[in-house]
Design a protein around this ligand. Structure first.
Ligand SMILES: C[S@@+](CC[C@H](N)C(=O)[O-])C[C@H]1O[C@@H](n2cnc3c(N)ncnc32)[C@H](O)[C@@H]1O
Length: 254
């Protein structure tokens, strides 16, 4: 079905976020806790993939943690729907001969079937209006495994994070958000249901992502200087007002 509008795609106008990701990619800001955690999981669960595709790569900043922590060499491709972020990624990793970046949409990846040993997609699926097609696309282009980072728990929630326009307006006359992205939490049962219908998935594992340095998370409040910085409540990460049950999902493929 054709979308009525694409108002949930707020990244095109968010240059400030792109700058933060770029600073992470160049080392001006520290690596993200989630990118370090992902690198550890790849090492423990997957081993040494020769080709990695990162979908929703932003400024390619996860590559920094992967290069720092993975022992073996690998070829990295980053794709993102936001042209501006891909330009920043190309600039940040201009000296890395084994890294390339291009614009592509997770709903219709311009990538060959099974062309990457490992496909990763972190912190993107929660922001999308629907995840069945994206998960199918990630599996299609992966050979051995897919790792996704998303919000998941016992129940599903559909949440719209409303971003005011420059003039402060948030909602249309009839009460719909003008600009927003989703902040969805999916139940483990729903994920199981999706995975059970994808023939190439042999097995899967859900690992709660609680592997972070609290001090580093708290310091990020200083970096962001806004309400959107990640905070901690009772050990859980909180962004805005949303308590986040982060998890890595590993799909092992046939
Ligand atoms: C929250 S950011 C996550 C960036 C990075 N993976 C991380 O974890 O820091 C979401 C990224 O997904 C990208 N994105 C949004 N919609 C997309 C789509 N349909 N296809 C590919 N990338 C998309 C955005 O441009 C943005 O860079």
């Amino acid at each position: 079905m054709k979308m009525k509008n694409d108002k949930w795609k707020i990244w095109d106008n968010n240059n400030k976020y792109g700058e933060t990701l770029y600073k992470r990619a160049t080392g001006e800001l520290p690596e993200m806790e989630s990118s370090k955690a992902l690198a550890k999981i790849i090492q423990q669960k997957i081993g040494s993939p020769e080709k990695i595709l990162d979908v929703g790569c932003g400024a390619g900043h996860y590559l920094k943690s992967l290069r720092n922590q993975l022992k073996a060499e690998f070829i990295y491709t980053g794709v993102d729907a936001t042209k501006n972020y891909i330009e920043l990624a190309k600039k940040a990793f201009a000296d890395d001969r084994e890294a390339s970046f291009f614009v592509s949409d997770i709903y219709n990846l311009e990538v060959d079937d099974k062309s990457n040993d490992l496909v990763i997609s972190c912190n993107l699926l929660l922001h999308l209006p629907a995840i069945v097609k994206p998960i199918n696309e990630l599996v299609r282009v992966a050979k051995d495994a897919v790792i996704i980072r998303l919000l998941c728990g016992e129940r599903s929630f559909r949440i719209q994070d409303v971003h005011p326009e420059e003039n402060g307006n948030e909602f249309t006359e009839d009460g719909n958000p003008i600009n927003y992205y989703y902040y969805n939490i999916y139940s483990k049962d729903y994920l199981k249901n999706i995975f059970s219908k994808i023939e190439r998935i042999d097995s899967y594992e859900i690992i709660d992502d609680l592997d972070y340095n609290c001090e580093n998370i708290v310091n990020s409040i200083e970096e962001h200087q806004d309400y959107n910085a990640t905070r901690l409540i009772s050990g859980y990460q909180v962004n805005g007002y949303i308590l986040q049950p982060w998890a890595f999902v590993i799909l092992y493929l046939k």
